[in-house]
Design a protein around this ligand. Structure first.
Ligand code: AMP
Ligand code: MG
Length: 481
């Protein structure tokens, strides 16, 4: 093979080179018997990567971090963050590495690749189950049209990770617009002078919010643009019943992508107070709290930008506060537009009537608590004239609402394109991960195929569209696993 056609990977080291203050050059731990568990071939193709190469010996070691392409400089990135409201001045990649930038500018990042200087008390490792879980849910989110980090591969290391019981270890290869977080800005602001902060902001603008460079006040425009992206992102989550579970500022990206699928889960029966995470005892990150928590996280971002926005501190605070105050409206607009689409309302539907229907539906859902995903699919059938499935979920309570809604001539075709039939339901995810942990990746592969095409009904998949059997214990998720 000629040099120009080498299938291997060229990784940039732009972040590593430009921000020595925000990263520590580091190498992944050796894996005793690296074995590819899953490879995202469509994503590999999108990135111009040769799947045969990635399946080969060098490719698998690359995906586990133990083969470093020539010229690459893997770093453990530094960041701070508010976790459950409390500030940690030094978090960083305790078990992760930024391998470098892919040819299209996105990051290739590994999770579970061994202890780094940021590991604190942690072992730097990850188990097969949680890494496959991130793979599955992030790819489902992508298929659902939600901005998210992507998953390229999971490699089993052949080593044992000690949790409540010994588990097989794994490394996730993740692809993201970048790994810049609100926590990255918090760290730069707390530990470095304004020059570093400005360079970081310029880097973020160039990478994710280039239009801000042309604004009168580029750093205020950066804040405005991140805020807009996050308002839309959280609206998408809410419209799908997605509960992130650990919305700390170190898990809030500057790109507007969903990141860090730890204790996340999809709500089944509608309940605004739904929490799944075992450690979220106060319900801080409950379903209905996600929009205000995102605004809170953005307030922490705004604080870091004060020195860049205006030399007069009070003026900077005034300008940033003004932009921050636009969050509820922008969130509400994104959510309402999404609800109109979920209800299949034609563009010409009178806004007042549509808003009233949406309000009333929220009350109806709160009172009846149907399976959130199933309800909107059932509405699709009702739009075609068959309300049986809706009645199966909420009885006749919805009849007057249905009559008003149908008078607006909802479009079942467009509804079926935004209301998923197949989401990664918690009991199915657990079942697939348990099997994979025990050595059988079959159920994982089947579930992945189903959730990668969430809107198209296919024969024989009824079980994937149904909520958890009612006799099961409430679903609980665990963080940092
Ligand atoms: P997360 O809750 O996954 O966003 O992680 C929060 C912080 O804990 C990050 O700084 C992680 O790098 C770190 N962390 C989580 N698990 C481990 C582990 N097993 N070893 C070292 N650091 C970890
Ligand atoms: Mg994190």
């Amino acid at each position: 093979m000629t040099a120009q056609h080498r299938p291997g990977l060229v990784l940039g080291s732009r972040f590593a080179g430009d921000f020595p203050e925000l990263g520590v050059p580091w190498r992944a731990a050796e894996a005793s018997v690296p074995r590819l568990l899953v490879l995202n071939e469509p994503l590999a193709a999108e990135l111009g990567l040769d799947a045969d190469y990635l399946r080969g010996d060098e490719g698998v070691r690359l995906l586990a971090g133990t083969h470093v392409p020539e010229g690459a400089t893997p770093v453990a990135q530094a960041y701070a963050g508010h976790q459950f409201g409390g500030y940690s001045p030094r978090l960083g990649d305790g078990r992760a590495l930024l391998m470098g930038e892919l040819p299209d500018g996105r990051d290739l990042h590994l999770k579970g690749s061994g202890r780094t200087p940021f590991a604190r008390g942690g072992d730097g490792l990850a188990a097969v189950g949680p890494m496959l879980r991130e793979y599955l849910v992030s790819e489902a989110m992508h298929a659902l049209g939600v901005p998210t980090t992507r998953s390229l591969a999971v490699v089993a290391t052949g080593d044992t990770v000690q949790r409540e019981r010994p588990l097989p270890g794994a490394v996730l290869a993740r692809v993201a617009g970048s790994h810049l977080r609100v926590g990255t800005f918090q760290y730069a602001r707390a530990n470095h002078d304004d020059e570093v902060l400005r360079r970081l902001a310029d880097h973020a603008i160039a990478r994710h919010h280039p239009e801000a460079a042309r604004a009168e006040n580029p750093y205020l425009a950066l804040f405005d643009s991140v805020l807009g992206a996050q308002a839309e992102l959280v609206a998408r989550w809410m419209l799908l019943g997605f509960i992130h579970g650990v919305m700390n500022t170190d898990n809030t990206t500057i790109s507007g992508e969903t990141i860090d699928y730890g204790p996340c889960a999809f709500m089944e029966g509608f309940d605004p107070a739904t929490v799944f995470s075992s450690i979220d005892t106060q319900g801080r990150y409950a379903y209905a709290n996600q929009p205000p928590i995102m605004q809170w996280n953005l307030a922490r971002f705004a604080e870091t930008l004060v020195p860049l926005v205006d030399p007069d501190r009070d003026e900077a605070v005034r300008l940033l506060t003004e932009v921050l105050g636009t969050f509820p409206d922008r969130y509400q607009r994104a959510w309402t537009a999404g609800m109109r689409a979920k209800l299949g309302l034609p563009a010409g539907a009178p806004a007042g009537e549509a808003d009233e229907l949406i309000d009333e539906l929220s009350r109806l859902l709160g009172a009846t608590r149907p399976d959130f995903t199933g309800f909107f699919r059932a509405l699709g059938a009702a739009a075609e004239g068959d309300p049986t499935a809706v009645r199966g979920l909420v009885g006749h309570l919805a009849d007057p609402w249905l009559a008003r809604w149908r008078a607006l001539d909802p479009d079942p075709g467009s509804m079926a394109r935004v209301n998923p039939l197949y989401i990664p339901r918690n009991h199915l995810v657990e079942e697939a991960l348990d099997a994979a942990t025990a050595g059988d990746t079959g159920p994982f592969e089947e579930l992945l195929v189903v959730v990668a095409d969430p809107f198209t009904e296919r024969p024989g998949l009824g079980r994937y569209a149904a909520p958890a059997p009612p006799d099961g214990a409430p679903h609980v998720t665990f963080c940092g696993t």
